[in-house]
Design a protein around this ligand. Structure first.
Ligand code: PMV
Length: 352
């Protein structure tokens, strides 16, 4: 690969800092049609939160002989290969072979089913684009982020977001787009943390096992277009009841598919199940609220601003719920600083 040519507008040093938020799928992604290119077997629809934030700085430096990666102040070997693969995609776009120093911080537990890889890779691609002076645009950033972590394709955008399954073998039509900006329907999310340790089976392994052994995998895929259509209609019409119906259905169906794999995948603990019952009791008593759960034991309750504090109190009272994080809907990934300013230590530990 040729050494980087310095196009006009590239900051010196070639560094940038960006932030992105976690997203929560209301119609779930579960299953891959191509593991190498990380292509989903189904489309999905999510909301981007305004909390659960990853801030990442990246510095492409010709004096480095290898990529260096730190997550929350620690060299993270578990994520290193994926971070390098992401940097390689960016370097390929820029025609550059400089190695990079990556420093990433989450303001929430990493790897516990709170979409830290979604916010992490959306922030990394956004910082990398700016550091290298690229003008990829959001769709192309979404394509690159998708190759590193599927759900990261959605965290590039804010508000209500759809990630398209796509048809092409090369994945060029599998990217996300905004369906509705956050301010147009400002729902609230209460994240009930029931265990902030790392999950036992990551989503990639879980999907692979599910695709290979679950008798429900084919039915899951066949029904997805109808679920996506219902969610799109519900969002366009701000129809909370219709969104409740399809979101809880999609969540429980995803988990049923995973539970029927061999060996079965059980992502919930007792507090997750109790929190589901609490959400349903609140709804039966008149609150607008529904739940969803990803590949981990945390429960996310989605509600209207009017009902948020009652939902928060009820979840906080569930035995086994350690704490509840409240979020609104947020924006997509954005650049915070470029050049020298991106290297300033804003986290309490050195980036260099
Ligand atoms: O993109 P990944 O590997 O983090 O997988 C995400 C899978 C779920 O969170 C369970 C569902 C989803 O659509 O986010």
């Amino acid at each position: 690969m040729p050494a980087m040519r310095k196009p006009r507008g590239v900051p010196a040093p070639a560094a940038a800092r960006a932030q992105a938020h976690a997203n929560i799928a209301l119609v779930k992604y579960w299953g891959k049609r191509d593991r190498v290119r990380n292509l989903p077997s189904v489309g999905s629809i999510s909301i981007t939160l305004d909390g659960l934030t990853t801030t990442t700085s990246v510095h492409f430096d010709p004096s480095l002989d290898e990529d260096r990666c730190r997550i929350d102040g620690r060299s993270d070997d578990g994520q290193r290969a994926r971070v390098i693969a992401c940097l390689d995609l960016l370097r390929h776009e820029a025609g550059c072979d400089w190695r990079a120093r990556v420093d990433s911080h989450n303001d929430f537990p990493t790897g516990a089913g709170l979409a830290s890889s979604a916010s992490g890779f959306a922030a990394l691609v956004t910082a990398g684009e700016a550091a290298l002076g690229l003008s990829l645009g959001a769709s192309q950033r979404s394509v690159i982020a998708r190759q590193c972590s599927g759900s990261a394709a959605r965290s590039v955008f804010g508000g209500y977001v759809e990630w398209h399954r796509g048809q092409d073998d090369d994945g060029s039509d599998s990217f996300a787009e905004c369906l509705l900006p956050a301010a147009e329907w400002p729902l609230r999310t209460l994240v009930a943390i029931t265990d902030d340790g790392p999950k036992t089976v990551g989503s990639t392994d879980g999907m692979q096992r599910s695709d290979a052994t679950s008798p429900f995998a084919a039915a899951w895929q066949t029904a997805q277009p109808a679920d996506l259509a219902q969610a799109r209609r519900a969002i366009a019409a701000r129809d909370f009841e219709a969104l409740t119906d399809v979101a809880e259905h999609s969540c429980l169906k995803m988990h049923a598919t995973a539970m029927a794999a061999r060996p079965g995948l059980i992502y919930w603990n007792g507090a997750t199940v109790e929190a589901m019952q609490v959400v349903r009791r609140l709804r039966a008593a008149g609150s607008e609220v529904f739940f969803t759960v990803d590949a981990g034991p945390q429960l996310k309750a989605i509600t209207t601003p009017e009902h948020a504090s009652a939902v928060r109190d009820a979840l906080q009272a569930v035995a086994g719920v350690q704490r509840v994080i409240e979020c609104g809907l947020g924006d997509g990934a954005q650049v915070l600083a470029c050049g020298e300013a991106a290297l300033e230590d804003t986290t309490g530990d050195a980036t260099a």
